[in-house]
Design a protein around this ligand. Structure first.
Ligand code: FES
Ligand SMILES: [Fe+2]
Length: 429
């Protein structure tokens, strides 16, 4: 990419309060190539949750940043992330999405790897010379792997900062999610997998956009009001805030207008649930004090962990990642997260919330998908060059109805795409 193509990508006029993104960023292949190298190839990228592989031998295979990976818990209890490609001649060694295995046998010529990734079986091994070394033919691994409170991340950049430093202010918000459980959070079986004919960054914007709800999801809000939920006040309360959490991460937090299985009762949960949910609030107060318990239970948050992990802790908790396949097409995966100890009734409420609002069969996701695809179609008018993301830019305390959180993403994205030190490093190499 010529450096000139990197000029004029963003207008960030902090004096005038104008922020714009050039729509080339959503449509042109050259930016995608650069994103793959500088964003997905450098940052810490969410790969999965430890609860998905809780027993020795449990595995999940999935594509992360275009790479087929296996997340597996070894016979030693250690979680590893392995490249799902045979070190012989390349085949995927695991073609199942999930399961429990003692080993992975490549379907092509039957090389076999154990759950630690070691090569343990080579048919016809006597045909190889003495230089043939099983040890160097173990399954490969991403340069870095680490986890924070059960969330497993990988980085393909050996020089990436530590995960804890990378997560910066986002850790506090992950804590607010994870502290909802006394025994650990758990991803439910099953996933929502869908695709959108739109640029992946449009879903970043949408997932932390605090003011599209009323126009875009009108039907859902009518449904909630009809079922007795009081939507007034939540989004404008003093508890609401929008924050830049560092390294491109951002959050909006607000008094929840929705019912939350932990621990905000609404009439649609039914009278029977009331005492149970109030008891949870009491337990939270015991563990964390009234103020933090209130925040955990009564406020919701939409958290972006740069570049593509969304944790929306709203009426349920969705963990969502998505990857670009082409500039105008992305694949999305989303999972339901909840306290491992939650009883069947409350996890039933949670799953009902998860499916009612979120996901391809919910009230919200189809609306959002439609809007994102409509934006992408609109971008065909190449004469109209800029998208405007200026809302609330000169406010001292931006609200969740402003766009600070979206600008936070774009500023980091722009920084990574244009960083001169990367260009210098490449020249020196
Ligand atoms: S490619 Fe895996 S054994 Fe040949
Ligand atoms: Fe939405």
């Amino acid at each position: 990419m010529k450096d000139a193509a990197l000029d004029n990508l963003i207008i960030d006029d902090q004096k005038a309060g104008i922020f714009r993104v050039n729509r080339r960023a959503f449509v042109e292949n050259e930016y995608l190539d650069r994103e793959l190298a500088r964003v997905f190839g450098k940052c810490w990228i969410y790969a999965g949750h430890e609860s998905e592989i809780s027993q020795a031998g449990d595995f999940r295979s999935r594509r992360v940043a275009g790479r087929p990976l296996i997340l597996v818990r070894g016979d030693d209890g250690v979680v590893r992330v392995l490249f799902n490609t045979c070190t012989h001649r390349g085949s995927l060694v695991c073609r199942q999405p999930r399961g429990n295995a003692r080993s992975f046998q490549c379907p092509y010529h039957a090389w076999t790897f154990n759950c630690r990734g070691d090569l343990i079986g080579v048919p016809g091994e006597s045909s190889y010379s003495d230089a043939f070394d099983r040890a160097e033919l173990a399954l490969g691994r991403p340069a870095r792997m680490d986890s924070y409170r059960g969330f497993i991340f990988v980085s393909f950049d050996r020089a990436a900062p530590g995960l804890s430093d990378y997560l910066a202010g986002a850790k506090e918000y992950l804590d607010l999610v994870c502290d909802q459980s006394e025994t650990g959070m758990k991803i439910s079986e099953g996933a929502q997998a869908y695709s959108i004919r739109a640029n992946w960054k449009l879903l970043v914007e949408n997932s932390i956009d605090g003011y599209h709800g009323l126009p875009t999801h009108q039907r859902y809000f009518t449904f909630l009001t009809d079922s007795g939920v009081d939507l007034r006040g939540g989004l404008d309360s003093p508890h609401q805030k929008a924050l830049d959490l560092g390294n491109g991460h951002a959050v909006i937090e607000y008094l929840s207008p929705f019912g939350r299985p932990i621990a905000r009762w609404v009439p649609s949960f039914g009278e029977l649930a009331k005492a149970r949910i109030e008891e949870k609030q009491r337990r939270l107060e015991e563990r964390f004090g009234a103020e933090r318990a209130f925040r955990i239970a009564q406020t919701g948050r939409n958290l972006l962990i740069f570049p593509n992990l969304i944790i929306n802790d709203i009426m349920a908790i969705t963990v969502r990642t998505f990857f670009p396949i082409s500039p105008d097409y992305m694949e999305v995966n989303a999972w339901n997260l909840g306290p491992a100890e939650e009883d069947l009734e409350d996890s039933g409420l949670r799953l009902d919330n998860f499916l009612t609002f979120l996901g391809p069969g919910g009230f919200a996701t189809p609306d959002d998908v439609e809007m994102l695809e409509a934006c992408q179609r609109g971008f065909a008018n190449r004469e109209v060059q800029w998208s405007d993301i200026s809302r609330g830019m000169l406010r001292q305390h931006p609200s969740i109805s402003d766009e600070l959180q979206i600008r936070t993403f774009w500023r980091r994205w722009h920084e990574l795409l244009t960083a001169p030190q990367l260009r210098r490093a490449r020249k020196a190499a």
